[in-house]
Design a protein around this ligand. Structure first.
Ligand SMILES: Cc1ncc(COP(=O)(O)O)c(C=O)c1O
Length: 425
């Protein structure tokens, strides 16, 4: 078992004086409290006994209707029979692994990958292979090479896990061309793909892209969704969509894990969707997060050293920054915490110790002033370390930000970045 980089940090960053750019927290303060009170009161008055009771392992039909609405908004029409309601999207990842992974099985995922998935893969003793990511998402050419190599050894992956839209942690989005290639590859090799899509509706610019599930029609793609980022993570409601033979086993796994998902929060979801305003709320979140993303990008340009690079996400909640190779972001975090600011060190997104000089920065959980101040503080800690490195090695750090100072392609994780001041967010 491995600890999750993010969960460890949650305890430290709960201190009120800490500006946390570490969590993947949506801004729940934007949810109208009166509306919440009215919905919960209605449940208490009209269906207290049912809402306080156990429910079916697969989840209520009404919850599946809400899931159908959310998926339809991204062009997908799953059969409700193929859907199971889970205790958050995290449980969906766990149940898929519980169902499919035997010790030593190959699981392929992106490099970097969702830090919360790493402990799941490890706890089922998967042999995790991470495929490099660039500004178009997972490198499918490298996946093809891997499949060929595994084929020669008589092995094949149990599944490929991907967060194709506004990836956590890198913020990058898989291009349409790569989506099509991945789905075609899955069909050709009869290989499952697990598409994890918590952020698809949080797009701040550019045109929506079809989910893998839509492109494949649900033959080889298992789809995972969650209400955490479009409504609330506290209600712990997510889901999985899988073909019947896989779903049968997922249901057995869920029975063993927790019998059923919270009835109370499924009732809340039903009330909330009955109001018919969930899309408006998501649209409000998109406005708020777009602006916070832009504030963070501007602050990075102002406060991070010339050698640093970072992604410019079109949606989602995260920016991935890469620092000079001689910096270790885990060490940096200890210093940053002394300055009351936090981020997720990049190593948590890898199984093999890579990502040492990278960090994940979240821009959804705190307000714009705190983002500016948080990035300023991290920038100051980095600057101190850069100066120290210069003093110790005799190498002078770069004199302030300079567009020519950054060599494209030097990023060890081959993730996209723009030079200082280049392009607009
Ligand atoms: C890619 C991804 N998958 C799954 C989850 C789990 O979300 P939850 O369990 O809150 O639904 C997250 C949360 O940040 C995530 O980023």
């Amino acid at each position: 078992m491995r600890s999750s980089a993010m969960r460890d940090l949650m305890a430290i960053t709960a201190r009120p004086e800490v500006i946390s750019l570490a969590g993947g927290l949506p801004d729940t303060s934007t949810f109208p409290a009166q509306s919440f009170a009215a919905q919960m009161t209605r449940i208490a008055q009209e269906s207290a006994a049912e809402a306080l009771q156990y429910g079916p392992t697969e989840g209520f039909e009404e919850t599946k209707d809400c899931i159908g609405e959310v998926m339809a908004a991204e062009g997908m029409l799953p059969d409700p029979e193929d859907v199971i309601v889970t205790t958050g999207g995290q449980q969906a990842i766990d149940l898929v692994c519980k169902t499919l992974v035997d010790p030593g099985d190959v699981v392929v995922c992106e490099a970097p990958t969702y830090p919360g998935a790493v402990p799941v893969f490890c706890s089922y003793q998967a042999d995790v292979v991470q495929i490099e990511t660039d500004e178009q998402g997972m490198r499918i050419d490298l996946l093809e090479e891997l499949l060929a190599r595994l084929g020669r050894e008589g092995r094949r992956p149990k599944f490929v896990y991907s967060v194709p839209s506004f990836q956590n942690p890198a913020g990058v989005t898989m291009s349409l061309e790569r989506r099509l290639r991945l789905v075609e590859l899955a069909a050709r090799h009869e290989m499952l793909v697990v598409e994890d899509n918590p952020y698809g509706q949080l797009r701040y610019e550019g045109e929506p892209l079809p989910p893998l599930y839509q492109l494949d029609g649900g033959d080889f793609v298992i789809y995972l969704g969650t209400f955490s980022k479009i409504l609330s993570p506290g209600i712990r409601l997510g889901w999985a969509v899988a073909p019947p033979p896989v779903m049968e086993k997922i249901v057995l796994g869920k029975q063993a894990a927790d019998l059923c998902t919270s009835t109370l929060t499924q009732y809340f979801l039903r009330e909330y969707f009955a109001e018919g305003r969930w899309r408006d709320y998501v649209a409000d979140l998109v406005e708020i997060y777009r602006s916070r993303r832009d504030v963070m990008l501007a602050a990075l340009r102002e406060h991070f050293p010339a050698e640093a690079t970072w992604t410019e996400p079109e949606g989602g909640l995260f920016i991935w920054a890469t620092l000079p190779e001689y910096l270790d972001t885990s060490d940096l975090l200890a210093k940053a915490l002394r300055a009351d600011v936090a981020f997720v060190p990049g190593q948590g997104a890898y199984v093999d110790g890579r990502g040492v000089n990278s960090m994940r920065l979240n821009f959804s959980g705190v307000g714009e002033d705190e983002i500016r101040e948080g990035i300023r503080r991290i920038g100051a800690v980095i600057e101190e370390q850069v100066q120290l490195y210069g003093a110790v090695t005799g190498e002078l750090p770069l004199p302030g930000r300079s567009a020519d100072a950054v060599e494209p392609g030097t990023d060890e994780n081959v993730l996209p970045f723009r030079k200082s001041g280049e392009g607009s967010p």
